[in-house]
Design a protein around this ligand. Structure first.
Ligand code: AP5
Length: 215
């Protein structure tokens, strides 16, 4: 199964994608995670992406397209994948169609749009904490760590993501509406879009996404 999750920042893409990837035994490919790992490792890509991400803008298409083409070419993605955070521009969506080899049908993908109002997003992001070492994500109320400020997975220190400060969140929301909503329209026109209300507890949203994909 090939699934693309789209939605505003903080709409729950990463949370849902992890569940699906575990359940379906397909890789969860998050372009945000790939970029954050590059920043942590101080690679050339990370150095370029760091200030752009911190500002809430998008990393240039030519860089993103190379990263995703390389990742989708790996063996574990042959049987399916769940893409989280890509495509974010129409140019990226067109590249993905070309890469998947079926330009007119969006390459056999199912696209799930998680709908969450902007005002809820701000609250969700304010309560998010991420592990500086492994990138695991927590929510102070909905999925808190077992030990205060420490990652359950690796024991790393939990911190606020640099792009989770209010000014960057506002910019990310604006970027989403201006550059990524046209991607949603693009997939709607191809009849591969499933709209799912993401304003519910995590388990309920998971059930809704499953139902939409079965339909
Ligand atoms: P990326 O990491 O993709 O960030 P994003 O799209 O802003 O999404 P988030 O990771 O903030 O949120 P999410 O939707 O995954 O929600 P989550 O599950 O974490 O990208 C970061 C940056 O990288 C971009 O701004 C850009 O600069 C760059 N980038 C990435 N991809 C790019 C591309 N293709 N092209 C160009 N640039 C690119 O949930 C959020 C919080 O809410 C968590 O605390 C979670 O626990 C909680 N939560 C989740 N679900 C629920 C629920 N149902 N109820 C209550 N709380 C919930």
């Amino acid at each position: 199964m090939k699934v693309i999750l789209v939605g505003a920042p903080g709409s729950g893409k990463g949370t849902q994608a992890k569940r699906f990837a575990d359940g379906l035994h397909i890789p969860h490919i998050s372009t945000g995670d790939i970029l954050r790992e590059a920043v942590r490792n101080g690679t050339e890509l990370g150095k370029q992406a760091d200030p752009i991400m911190a500002s809430g803008a998008l990393v240039p298409d030519d860089l993103m397209v190379g990263i995703v083409a390389e990742r989708l070419g790996q063996d574990d993605a042959k049987e399916g994948f769940i893409l989280d955070g890509f495509p974010r521009t129409v140019a990226q969506a067109e590249m993905l169609d070309g890469f998947l080899g079926r330009g007119n049908g969006a390459g056999g993908v199912n696209v799930v749009h998680l709908l969450v109002p902007d005002e809820l997003i701000v609250n969700r992001i304010a309560a998010r904490r991420s592990c500086g070492a492994c990138g695991a994500s927590y929510h102070l109320e909905n999925s808190p760590p077992k030990q205060d400020s420490l990652c359950d997975r690796c024991g790393g220190v939990l911190e606020t993501r640099p792009d989770d400060v209010e000014s960057a969140v506002r910019k990310r929301l604006e970027t989403f509406h201006r550059q990524t909503v046209p991607v949603i329209d693009y997939y709607r026109a191809k009849n591969v879009l499933h709209e799912v209300d993401g304003n519910a507890p995590v388990d309920e949203v998971f059930e809704r996404v499953k139902k939409s994909l079965r339909a």
